[in-house]
Ligand binder design. Structure first.
Ligand SMILES: [Zn+2]
Length: 397
């Protein structure tokens, strides 16, 4: 078993230790004692250096030994170690912040926390409720920051495992219980590293909420992370405000108004595209030569894209005139549209269906217009050829 110095003093950064064992090429060290926190209980491991060599990972093995993985082998029986304080203090802020947030949620709403995760960017807790109102979230956040300002003491004590009556959540841990207390607010069994007083958490900012397996997942950040997050949010918002040319406070309404206007414009744009397509359909009919079958035939084959409202409008407009056949196709995704005038001597639905069946495609439609898809470009060419044959076989008198 490795002696865990971080349990007694989470502010200990420099220490020396005896090498208890080496693994592999000597880049995995087990020390007699360590201030490096191994990943556990939702808190990631510490980084730092041992004899100036980078510590890449710290984990606890099955025998309760703490294994330090280094970027290179380290020699010597005694080693000088340094914990990366910036990373450690950040973890202390987030972890103490989590105890605070979980305790305040119990205080405000009586909802227990079921899990905690300290991530690279933000931390999360899952709380046992189906939903959480935004006003309640604001109240919880405000209360947490009030407790931070009160700078309440955070202390550690060791207890017999049977002594659990005042714990926020029961612990199933074997052996002596390590208990972290937040003055007049929280008592939790925890092996993590914590600040000495709530003031050191700095501040607590709640982020997004997500429903997750019947619980609500709350994203939060503390201390320097909260300041960085607020700075990034402010910069993003001020960029939006500048783009919109509105004061920052007016951006939500301005964005909603822009969104509404955009929807209206899109609608108008679609309407105009259909209008234009109708006009184009009439013009195409005027210039289309009359074939031997006595029909005016127009083909519109595009390389890619869907045969949408504008193509349909053009086809409809073209075939509103007598003795007209309009054939459109897209090569990717492979699709066909066939429209015929009422007097063309053809039924669009029947002709297309037959051509599609032979080419392994699917689709159908009415006597005037039909649409379908085929598995690929080769099948498309076969289906188009079959339709052209039928169209060319028409003889109108
Ligand atoms: Zn904890």
């Amino acid at each position: 078993m490795t002696e865990r110095l971080y349990h007694g003093d989470s502010y200990l950064v420099d220490f020396s230790a005896r090498v208890f064992a080496r693994e592999g090429d000597g880049s995995r060290l087990i020390l007699d004692r360590t201030a490096f926190y191994p990943a556990s209980g939702g808190q990631p491991c510490d980084f730092g250096t041992i004899e100036g060599v980078q510590v890449l990972n710290v984990e606890e093995d099955d025998e309760g030994r703490i294994v330090h993985s280094l970027s290179a082998p380290v020699a010597g029986d005694t080693v000088n170690c340094r914990v990366d304080w910036e990373r450690r203090f950040d973890h202390m802020q987030q972890h103490s912040g989590q105890h605070l947030l979980s305790a305040v949620i119990v205080e405000c709403c009586g909802i227990p926390t079921v899990s905690f995760h300290l991530g690279e960017e933000f931390s999360t807790i899952d709380i046992a409720t189906g939903s959480l109102d935004a006003r309640v979230v604001a109240r919880i956040e405000s209360r947490a920051n009030q407790v931070i300002a009160e700078n309440r003491a955070v202390t550690v004590e060791y207890r017999d495992p049977s002594d659990q009556a005042d714990l926020r959540a029961p612990s199933s841990r074997q052996g002596t219980l390590r208990v972290v207390k937040m003055e007049d607010l929280d008592v939790s069994a925890c092996g993590g590293t914590h600040v000495h007083a709530t003031g050191e958490i700095g501040c607590l900012l709640v982020g997004r909420l997500d429903k997750m397996h019947g619980n609500v997942r709350i994203e939060f950040v503390c201390g320097s992370r909260a300041v960085r997050r607020a700075r990034a949010d402010y910069d993003a918002l001020s960029r939006i405000a500048r783009t919109l040319g509105t004061p920052m406070a007016a951006t939500p309404d301005a964005v909603t108004a822009q969104q509404d206007r955009l929807k209206e414009l899109e609608k108008a744009c679609r309407r105009l595209a259909v209008e234009l397509a109708k006009r184009r359909g009439r013009e195409l009919y005027e210039t289309a030569p009359v074939t031997a079958s006595g029909l005016r035939v127009h083909e519109n084959v595009i390389a890619s894209g869907s045969l949408g409202d504008d193509v349909r409008a053009e086809a409809q407009s073209f075939t509103a005139s007598p003795r007209a056949v309009y054939l459109a196709a897209s090569r990717d995704p492979a699709a066909i549209l066939l429209a015929v005038s009422a007097d063309a001597g053809l039924q669009a639905g029947a002709v297309l269906k037959q051509a599609l069946a032979a080419a392994g495609g699917r689709g159908g439609g009415s006597t005037g217009m039909a649409q379908g898809s085929v598995p690929g470009a080769e099948a498309l060419d076969a289906a188009l050829a079959a339709i052209r044959d039928v169209v060319n076989s028409v003889r109108l008198t």
